[in-house]
Design a protein around this ligand. Structure first.
Ligand code: SAM
Length: 284
């Protein structure tokens, strides 16, 4: 077993394979030994889990997942990591590597074929450049996943887990809350990575709901309203929604009144229930 938290071991392994870091792929590898066991414990509540990992890097989180899960499938975009992973994962026969772009692969098919009969969770130290698109893709595709346990930049974590109706919330917080129960687990300092990024990170867990947390007449219209409402944060909901969606102000004011809300309210003040009520009335 390699000590994958030791920078000199990592440098030797990478040098032997002629690997060089690609900043564009968000390659900051974890070297804090306490983080991966904690993430893996959160992702595998029992040993009947199949874990889908995005971006194994040199395999530091993968080995912790493989020690706890029934099976791990790890998707890595960078082919240059193939020889490194062949060495670091050689002790495990329950890990399968797929080289490709996690945003483009058919994850539903991968889950169905690789994890038959298992509960499935996603666990990853995500490349920062695809954090929100990847999380939204996982949630919107309604994949059969129990939990998503991921490390993201701390600022993104705050936004993703924000209480709806608070200043920190935004369109992405509403979308995450619609499909899941989000929780901030713990923060990770920027010095825990090689190379060290400029900002700190945090691990969050999204427990995927069996059905959305509010009832909407039409999901697409609900998200159109949410995106428009948050698009101009200093404006009232009436002004931003009417300008973004070309809807008459009077019908938006009427919808707010029917929900007992002031016509001057900003979108960030509404709860999930109020957002869905307003959307259901506007798009009746
Ligand atoms: N899991 C490792 C760790 O914690 O040290 C590496 C994490 S590093 C932040 C992100 C990893 O995702 C890198 O290995 C990078 O090559 C990979 N990656 C970047 N974009 C990807 C994509 N679209 N699909 C799959 N993997 C990707």
């Amino acid at each position: 077993m390699y000590n994958l938290s030791n920078p000199s071991v990592i440098k030797k392994l990478l040098d032997e394979s002629g690997f060089s870091f690609k900043k564009s792929l968000g390659q900051n590898f974890l070297i804090n030994p306490s983080v991966c066991p904690e993430m893996a414990d959160a992702a595998c509540s029992d040993d009947n889990f199949g874990v889908l990992e995005i971006g194994p890097g040199i395999g530091v989180l993968t080995v912790e997942l493989a020690s706890r899960a029934k099976k791990v499938v790890s998707i890595e975009l960078d082919e240059g990591l193939r020889p490194v992973l062949a060495k670091t994962l050689s002790d495990f026969d329950n890990v399968e590597l797929i080289f490709g772009d996690a945003m483009k692969l058919d994850l539903r098919k991968i889950i169905a074929t690789k994890f038959a009969g298992m509960k499935v969770s996603v666990c990853a130290n995500l490349p920062y450049y695809i954090t929100s698109p990847l999380i939204m893709m996982l949630l919107e595709s309604k994949l059969p996943i129990e939990t998503i346990t991921v490390m993201v930049q701390k600022e993104a974590a705050t936004r993703l887990c924000a209480k709806i109706g608070s200043r920190e919330s935004g369109a992405v917080s509403v979308a995450v809350k619609y499909y899941s129960d989000p929780k901030m687990l713990f923060t990770v300092s920027h010095g825990s990575f090689l190379p060290a990024p400029k900002v700190d990170s945090a691990v969050i867990q999204l427990s995927v709901l069996k059905s959305p947390c509010v009832v909407t007449n039409n999901e697409a219209n609900f998200f159109k309203l949410v995106k428009a409402g948050f698009s101009q944060r200093r404006k009232t909901l009436v002004n931003s929604v009417s300008s973004m969606l070309s809807i008459d102000k009077s019908s938006i004011i009427l919808a707010l009144e029917q929900c007992g809300l002031s016509p001057d309210i900003r979108t960030e003040k509404l709860t999930m229930e109020q957002l869905s009520q307003v959307s259901n009335i506007i798009f009746k």
